[in-house]
Design a protein. Structure first.
Length: 634
């Protein structure tokens, strides 16, 4: 039987053996001035708010007379949803009190441009739909969304990755806190335009998932049409293994986290399938599964286990749950240093809102919890045999009962295999339960907005502004011999067209142009300077001055620093070449001062002389030419 190896030891063949498969859903904010369906400003973040709105989530029957599983789960939580609103960034549209404005044309142009770079088949008419959002992160309970392009493809290694679709939609709220029965959102990013890129599940190792994510990131960044910074892009990763199911890991904030996260989810699914086999071997199936719960406050009133003792003293209830035939299985490994007990604890935490940990203890790992006599007494009272597992949960009366039921529900699901869930990425590379995976029928037409035609003239205009594909740019940069650490940043930089013009038209050395456009701004940023003031016009003038011999490599950095430190941005303050007579005087003075230097090593004398002259010239002369002149003198 295959056993999952540690992350560092897994090879491509191991992932093939388990049937690893993964796809991506990448949400990327677009760089626009306004939101998608109203005229509030986009990208204006603030934790300050002028008012709060309270709402509760309630399930409603669909047209088929059915309830969505996620809606029912959220209703169980009895959450109070609080929205903090700032009058500068939110209007009545976001609160569903007024109809939407027409779709933001600037956002649509950006989405179409990116769809073209994905080689998508573009739609000729947009239809706005409503997608149910049942976690409360959108006050209306739905997100307005539309499909811009389908059936795209991007190159990856020696094959391609299919882009199923590119959608244009509005962003949700930022979560501030989620504890107990209260979840708080701030609404400043609500309604901001973003695109959702959905790939086919064609990545077959965790490393491939991260690499494809990087390619997609570089493509959208190369357009200059997307926002950057914390929270501007968020990855949802879909993972499955043979015999498992598609699990969506939400909110992967950093691409380097993807390999370990997807490895742990594959490991989790594989181990849950092995757990199902073990249960079936014990004769426990979905039909034969047995579990029950009972209030055990009276049995534990004198316990010394702090969490339960304090709960009873505070008027809470403790329930004992019997899982028949489950002995030892709550210690069944699922993820790295993670066991099946956490699958149960997560359900209790999310659905019963028992967020203070620990929220359960169990007889498979008694540890420093209850005394042995207390466990024995519980077994006897609850009618549990030696092959059964006991689980204790405590909390306010309604929550404690709900928690006990969720323990039984999650244990029963173990007899089936891998339940369909949305899971949350955690900092340690594992993931935790977030909610039941929404049903497939969560989209329906929006009757508030008419269809919008995409004209050939519009598409032709957008195509004229498309950048070269990043892989074409990077191949050219490698041919030029650019330093490796400048190739990727330059390929996605808005200054890439300026680099091409400087090299091809003005004759600037490629390495110098890359240094000036990529590395120098990084150094200046570390000094605390606002490099956003290095405008394209300024940088173009700088490169033209270098091409004309009016500015040298050593002076370029000083010119940039001077420009940023001068509030008036006066061009005359640039460094200019040192006149030949002044330079010769500087050289002769430096040579005379070196007469007392006793070192016999000509190289040491040359380096010392070079340092003295360059400190006085301050980047106003060509270092290479000056070096040859001083070498002849030494």
């Amino acid at each position: 039987m295959l056993v999952f190896k540690p992350f560092e030891e897994m090879r491509d063949a191991d992932y093939e053996a388990v049937g690893f498969k993964s796809g991506l859903e990448i949400h990327q904010q677009l760089l626009t001035g306004k939101k998608l369906f109203c005229r509030c400003p986009a990208g204006r973040y603030s934790d300050e708010y002028d008012a709060e709105i309270l709402r509760h989530m309630r399930p409603t029957l669909s047209e088929l007379g059915e309830y969505d599983g996620t809606a029912l789960m959220e209703f169980k939580t009895r959450k109070e949803i609080i929205y903090r609103i700032n009058r500068e960034t939110v209007c009545t549209y976001e609160m569903d009190d007024t109809p939407p404005f027409e779709l933001n044309d600037e956002a649509l142009d950006h989405a179409l441009a990116i769809a073209m770079l994905y080689n998508c088949v573009l739609v000729d008419e947009l239809h706005i739909a409503r997608k149910q959002y049942l976690d409360g992160s959108i006050p209306t309970g739905f997100q307005r969304t539309t499909i811009v392009g389908v059936d795209g493809v991007i190159p990856y290694k020696k094959r391609t990755i299919r882009i199923i679709q590119l959608g244009l939609e509005e962003d949700a709220c930022r979560e501030v806190s989620d504890a107990g029965h209260r979840r708080v959102y701030i609404t400043d990013r609500l309604g901001m335009p973003l695109i959702e890129t959905v790939t086919a599940p064609e990545m077959v190792t965790p490393l491939e998932v991260a690499e494809v994510t990087q390619i997609l990131r570089r493509i959208v960044r190369s357009t200059g049409r997307v926002r950057t910074g914390i929270g501007a892009a968020r990855q949802d990763v879909n993972v499955s293994v043979s015999g498992g199911t598609r699990i969506e890991i939400k909110g992967v904030s950093r691409i380097p986290h993807i390999p370990l996260l997807t490895y742990n989810e594959a490991m989790r699914q594989w181990n849950l399938l092995r757990l199902r086999e073990e249960l079936h071997n014990r004769g426990i199936t979905q039909v034969t599964f047995r579990g029950h719960h009972e209030n055990v406050n009276k049995l534990l009133r004198k316990t010394r286990f702090g969490p339960i003792s304090q709960a009873i003293a505070g008027g809470m209830d403790v329930y004992g749950v019997v899982l028949q035939g489950f002995r030892g299985l709550l210690r069944w490994q699922t993820q790295t240093d993670t066991y099946f007990a956490r699958e149960i604890s997560d359900r209790v935490r999310v659905i019963a809102c028992l967020t203070t940990l620990p929220n359960i203890i169990h007889s498979d790992s008694p540890g420093e919890t209850l005394a042995s006599s207390e466990w024995l007494n519980l077994r006897k009272t609850l009618g549990a045999g030696e092959e059964d597992t006991l689980v204790l949960v405590w909390g306010p009366p309604v929550d404690a009962v709900l928690g006990a039921n969720e323990i039984i529900n999650r244990a029963r699901e173990a007899t089936v295999g891998v339940p369909s869930e949305t899971r949350q990425a955690l900092e340690d590379g594992t993931n935790g339960f977030e909610r039941i995976l929404p049903g497939p029928d969560r989209m329906y037409p929006d009757t508030d907005l008419p269809p919008k035609q995409i004209t050939p003239e519009r598409l032709a205009r957008i195509r004229t502004s498309l950048p070269e594909p990043v892989w074409v740019r990077e191949a050219w940069y490698r041919e030029l011999g650019l330093p490796v650490d400048t190739i990727e940043p330059l390929s996605i930089s808005p200054h890439a067209p300026l680099f091409a013009e400087a090299v091809k038209t003005w004759g600037v050395a490629p390495g110098l142009a890359a240094l000036l456009l990529i590395q120098y701004p990084k150094r200046l940023r570390k000094k605390g300077l606002d490099v956003r003031q290095l405008t394209p016009d300024f940088l173009a003038a700088l490169l033209q001055a270098i091409a004309a011999g009016k500015l040298f490599r050593e002076g370029a950095y000083m010119a940039m620093e001077t420009w940023l430190q001068d509030e008036e941005r006066v061009w005359e303050k640039w460094q200019v070449p040192m006149p030949a007579r002044e330079l010769e005087t500087c050289v002769q003075t430096a040579v005379a001062s070196m007469q007392s230097m006793r070192s016999a090593d000509p190289r040491a004398r040359w380096r010392r002389l070079m340092g003295v002259v360059m400190s006085q010239c301050a980047g106003r002369t060509d270092a290479a030419g000056l070096g040859e002149r001083l070498r002849s003198l030494v």
